[in-house]
Design a binder for this molecule. Structure first.
Ligand code: AMP
Ligand code: FES
Ligand code: ZN
Length: 303
């Protein structure tokens, strides 16, 4: 097979676009797709300060690489959760990437924030559900750091597979509120910073190929708590459908983006106000993270 652009030997075939590409043209294609998502949804512009949440996995590291190639001002933010070997490897890999690419990195170590407790210890002591506690804490620090360090926008590595699986789940369960909020760029609102997902036009496979072609070393271990059974099921179902109907996933997701306004009128169930302890936007008096700290005896409620 020949590359559709330069006619040299192709190394990749992308069935959903019926496109064969050589290594160099695939890299260019990837960067164009990232740039298109950024521009289509006015995610950010050159000169904006971008805080990229990096987990050490292939998505966020490939995105970091692509944003640097495209000339954006990006700083990585890694939350060291303290989940044994999984987090330790991620930490080393993220540090290695930032050193190699001479780019800024902010690391938040949970143990320093939670009186010496790692995520598994916090979960155990507060009897929480790991992924819920983890998600709450991560979102909290993404926003806090972005506000404190004056970033314009927070980017994450969510890709087309993630977003279309989430969409399918939201439709099957008629989560209108989530459908109304499932935007590739969420504006700054209610005291939260703007949040964007520049990888929405790229599949997991394309991202893995980009990482391979650019020799990006990433953490292949998965989180021992990860049991997202439902989202795996939706992802797998879409994969199966894609096998018989090439391009279905991107068509499904792009169709949603065109029609997303239909869901735009979902009412907000509660209003947000600043947490009386830390100032983070919350629907109750005290935010979820401060409640964890109170639960652990690290701060007092009436402070
Ligand atoms: P996940 O929910 O694990 O698929 O992660 C989704 C996105 O959240 C990743 O692409 C990253 O942008 C971000 N993320 C996940 N874990 C971390 C972490 N420990 N530190 C910083 N960002 C993270
Ligand atoms: Fe958060 Fe696994 S990465 S619980
Ligand atoms: Zn708080």
């Amino acid at each position: 097979m020949r590359c559709a652009i330069c006619k040299k030997k192709a190394e990749v075939y992308l069935p959903h676009h019926n496109l064969a590409l050589c290594r160099e043209d695939f890299k260019k294609y990837f960067l164009k797709r990232v740039k298109k998502a950024i521009d289509d949804f006015k995610m950010f512009e050159k000169g904006d300060k971008i805080l990229l949440a990096v987990s050490g996995g292939k998505d966020s590291l490939s995105l970091w690489h692509a944003l640097l190639k495209l000339g954006y001002d990006v700083t990585g933010l890694f939350i060291a959760l303290g989940i044994g070997e999984f987090s330790e490897r991620a930490r080393k890999i993220v540090k290695e990437f930032s050193d190699k690419n001479k780019t800024n990195l902010i690391t938040v170590k949970l143990e320093n924030e939670f009186g010496g407790n790692t995520l598994p210890q916090i979960v155990e002591k507060t009897r929480g559900i790991p992924c819920k506690v983890c998600g709450k804490i991560k979102r909290y620090y993404f926003d806090r750091i972005a506000v404190k360090e004056n970033f314009d926008v927070i980017a994450t590595g969510h890709n087309l597979d993630d977003e279309s699986a989430f969409l399918l789940g939201n439709i099957l369960n008629w989560n209108i509120e989530y459908l109304a909020k499932q935007l590739p760029a969420l504006p700054e609102e209610d005291g939260f910073k703007k949040k964007v997902k520049p990888l929405i036009y790229l599949t997991e496979r394309e991202i893995a190929i980009y990482a391979f072609f650019n020799e990006i070393n990433y953490n292949e271990l998965s989180c021992p708590f990860s049991k997202k059974a439902k989202s795996h099921f939706y992802k797998e179902s879409l994969h199966q459908m894609e096998l018989s109907y090439k391009g279905l996933r991107i068509k499904f997701f792009k169709g949603f983006l065109r029609n997303q306004k239909i869901f735009g009128k979902a009412e907000k169930k509660y209003s947000l106000s600043p947490c009386k302890i830390c100032g983070y936007p919350t629907s109750s008096e005290i935010c979820g993270v401060c409640k964890i700290k109170i639960n652990l005896g690290l701060i007092e409620e009436e402070k």
